[in-house]
Write a protein that binds this ligand. Structure first.
Ligand SMILES: [Zn+2]
Length: 68
């Protein structure tokens, strides 16, 4: 019983996060779905995440993640 409850909460969280990501990933210029590009720099333990539009080549954001 308790386990089922936990699973349900996890599912809801995942769905909310996915909806948020989908909304964030539309091009502000042409409303096309953005593609995510991940680059990793192993020498300084950083992952750079870029969202870009294939039709107008706009890069809307980059995020750096440290994973050390
Ligand atoms: Zn675009």
């Amino acid at each position: 019983m308790e386990k089922d409850k936990t699973d349900q909460i996890n599912k809801n969280t995942t769905l909310t996060q996915r909806l948020f990501i989908e909304r964030e990933n539309l091009c502000p210029l042409c409303s096309e779905q953005l593609s995510i590009r991940i680059k990793s720099y192993e020498e300084n333990f950083t992952i750079a995440e870029e969202a870009y539009c294939e039709s107008c080549e706009l890069v809307t954001r980059t995020k750096d993640h440290k994973f050390n």
